[in-house]
Design a protein around this ligand. Structure first.
Ligand code: GLN
Length: 482
């Protein structure tokens, strides 16, 4: 088997048996990237020199020893560019490692490349990248999803064994679904965000993109846990996420939310997800209907809270401290204005303006405060549902990957791509997307994702439930012809 086709677990067997070296693993990726990334455009940059230096001394007995990992361009890796795919951060080099990177490195992993994304993680298609769009490896006339589209595409195209991304409203799960890989959004507080460029601080989480559920568990083992440098990271014990993977589904109850099986979903997606639910039943799970009555407000609430927080977080990009600086300015105000005018793309500007508006005096109560109240209702919906079920099962995305350019002029339509993923971020719960079938569109196979949502800090159970399904299907084994 081609080396790049391996999962992390498969690669580790080879590394530990000394059948291959970490350097050979990196070289195989380098070759694969050279042959396909021109068509996928998943990477913004790679640093094989630095990676080779780590690979030379890699200790393969460590939990991720010698395993190369691709990193979304929103997470700081010391000495590497970190631009959030934005012109305003062009040329910015990270002065330190994010906590997740420090943890990966001490577990022996090798961060080697920066993956493309929607600028500052705002978007659902990676078309908002200030550098270039990423293309879906299953059909390069289509988007890979977003905002972590680069991470999803490089894992799907076997240009990486695994990648890290970030998820504020669906940015790990939705691209994982559209590219046919596994994407996990951990519970709020599970993973340190120290060194993650903030978009919406009450929603952002870092998480893994992998080829298998087991690999997601392996990465979670390393990156989870309390970090004194991020006060929002919590001290809940970190279990061995691989320990339960092979348990069965006896006694497991899965909830199908009435509000997620609605008209307007692509019929092939609806069918694949219903088939997956039946499959779960045949594997011994009990299926019950649940209701999440405030679902219809999730997108509206998200676009108030996320933009409000973004407008505050992005104020630091003023041309004084980081990246791009406008030249020939008249005075300080002109300096701020021109730098931001030149540096930010249209979607980022739209969000800053929206966020500033909902926080302004006179509108704060009507929008922001009210959104916070509805957010509580959405969280309560989940708390109530989880009194009855172990996890919730639903589609990740209402449709398969759409065409490049199809939504670019219609932000509202683009926002609806996250209709099934956003509520999990608002509620702080964990969620995973796993491959559950293919749609056939214009003679092409397009991946479909199944979303499982779990209780806060219940990643171990979520991974088990996902793993049982994965092991009895072969959707995850299929590879795009790229
Ligand atoms: N697509 C959503 C947005 O545009 C979510 C992005 C994300 O999760 N980072 O905000």
């Amino acid at each position: 088997m081609e080396l790049t086709l391996f999962s992390i677990s498969g690669l580790q067997e080879k590394l530990r048996a000394k059948e291959i070296s970490p350097i050979e693993a990196l070289q195989a990726l380098e070759q694969r990237i050279a042959s396909v990334d021109e068509r996928v455009q998943g990477y913004l940059s790679r640093d094989f020199e630095a990676a080779m230096a780590l690979a030379k001394n890699a200790d393969v007995s460590l939990p991720l020893g010698g395993v190369p990992i691709a990193i979304k361009d929103v997470i700081n890796v010391q000495g590497e560019p970190c631009t959030c795919a934005s012109k305003i951060l062009r040329g910015y080099i990270a002065p330190y490692d994010a906590t997740v990177i420090a943890r990966l490195k001490s577990a022996g992993a090798i961060p080697f490349g920066r993956t493309n994304m929607d600028e500052f993680a705002m978007g659902s298609s990676t078309e908002n990248s200030g550098v270039k769009p990423t293309l879906n490896p299953w059909d390069t006339t289509r988007i890979p999803g977003g905002s972590s589209g680069g991470s999803a595409a490089v894992v799907a195209a076997d240009e990486a064994f695994a990648a890290l991304g970030s998820d504020t409203g669906g940015s790990i799960r939705q691209p994982a679904a559209l590219c046919g890989c596994v994407g996990l959004k951990p519970s709020y507080g599970r993973i340190s965000r120290f060194g993650l460029v903030a978009f919406a601080s009450s929603l952002d989480q870092i998480g893994p993109f992998t080829k298998t559920v087991r690999d997601a568990a392996l990465l979670m083992n390393v990156i989870s846990g309390r970090d004194p440098q991020d006060s929002t990271s919590l001290g809940e014990p970190v279990p061995d996420y691989t320990a339960k993977l092979n348990d069965d589904l006896k006694g497991v109850k899965l909830g199908m939310p009435r509000e997620y099986f609605i008209e307007g979903i692509d019929p092939q997606v609806d069918q694949a997800v219903r088939d997956a639910v039946k499959h779960y039943e045949s594997l011994g799970a009990e299926i019950v209907e649940v209701s999440l009555p405030h679902t219809e407000h999730a997108v509206g609430v998200y676009y108030i809270i996320a933009t409000a927080e973004a407008s505050a977080n992005l104020a630091r990009f003023d041309g004084v401290r980081y990246g791009h600086r406008a030249s020939g300015v008249k005075d300080l105000l002109d300096h701020y204005g021109r730098t931001r005018e030149e540096g930010f793309g249209p979607e980022v500007k739209r969000r800053i303006i929206l966020g500033t508006y909902v926080l302004s005096s006179g509108y704060y109560d009507a929008y922001y405060l009210r959104a916070q109240k509805v957010r509580t209702l959405i969280r309560d919906d989940f708390t109530r549902a989880f009194e009855n079920v172990d996890a919730i099962v639903c589609p990740t995305s209402p449709e398969p990957a759409f065409k490049i350019g199809e939504r670019s002029d219609d932000p509202l339509k683009m926002y609806l791509a996250d209709i099934f993923t956003i509520a999990a971020n608002l509620a702080g719960i964990c969620g995973i997307s796993i491959p559950c079938g293919f749609a056939s569109v214009d003679g092409k196979k397009l991946p479909i994702g199944l979303q499982l949502l779990g209780k806060p800090f219940d990643e171990a159970n979520l991974l088990k439930i996902a793993h049982v399904y994965e092991q009895s299907t072969d959707w995850h084994k299929q590879r795009p012809e790229i």
